[in-house]
Unconditional design. Sequence first.
Length: 401
Amino acid sequence: MAQGNRKKETIGILTGGGDVPGLNPAIRAITIRARREGYQVIGLRKGWSGITEVIRDKNADNSEHFIVLSEQIVNKAGRTGGTFLHTSRVNPSRMSKEAVPKHLKINYNKESNDLTPEVLENLAFLGIDYLIPIGGDDTLSYAVRLHKEGFKVIAMPKTMDNDVPGTDYCIGFSTCVTRTINMTNTLRTSAGSHERILVLEVFGRYAGFTAMLPTMAGAANRCVIPEHQFDISHLAELLVEDRMQNPSNYSVVLVSEGATFKGMDEMMFKDGDKDAYGHAKLGGIGTSVADLIKRESAKYNNGVAINVINQHLGYLVRGGDPDAIDSIVPMAYGNLALDLILKGIHGRLVVLRNGRYDNAPIDVVTSTKKLVDVKKHYNTERLRPHFKSFEFQPLFIMSGT
């Protein structure tokens, strides 16, 4: 062990929110480096849910809530997608009466309950000295809460939407973009064969990065994003024009799930159910856009409506194995986190900024929003990415604000 004479401390790891490729490589990197530096590593199961469900009794069976990690365990999973620790969208500071663990219901029986005191006691019960949560802005917002409570936290950004503030890159984004490009190109064969307009709905609640980058790479003619409310008739006109200019007589548009067009008061939701962070599940905007484009296309196609292929890519872009970037960046992030721990530093977010690995104050996660800079990167008339020069730009061009 590199720190053989030091008291053996314990590092906890958890993954929260949606799964993405790259989580298992991150867990692997943290575990291998930590154990070689003399730390014990505990994986907390099911995100923030697992640590709330721990029963503080040495005779209790907590095997469903945490696992002691070894190199053998993480090596087996480290090259795969998803998270073998599993995940959830639980928010311990705002837990519904129904979601409160059975053994805590006597003390927590309000409609909304703050279980943070239990979380802190459970972390102490497990002997965890440092916690490394891997997640998006929702998961990491609770990490900020623990930091403010005095717990030693080092956060790692993960979300295929790439919208965690303070960093140019979040684990999962590259694989999402790669999958979106590949699947769009696959569906081109059907669009071209039938001479149709192809409408693809992609993830992106508040930020349009997952639609912008594939479009910039040539996967689509147009994209519509949450940051700009578009005119459906104008989009139809552009797509009909794109189709006419294409020798195979088809065109493609990527639609962010959080996008809205003029006349809509809010985003389109699947149902009224909300997660623990207050977010209703989005979905259906692609279908509405497809139906309206078919209707509006007749105005620009000599009165003849153009048939549309409508596809929701959904979980297909977040499943499966990580690509090269989502295998390398998690490894670097894991080692960055250990570098900070070895220096006794905490309350930080490991980041990539301007092509260099770094760290930032953890509260950047809750102090700002990371969105597409419409004025700088999006042409609202052409409904597609806008750029003038790539010189000295970050790898993925749009670092956000």
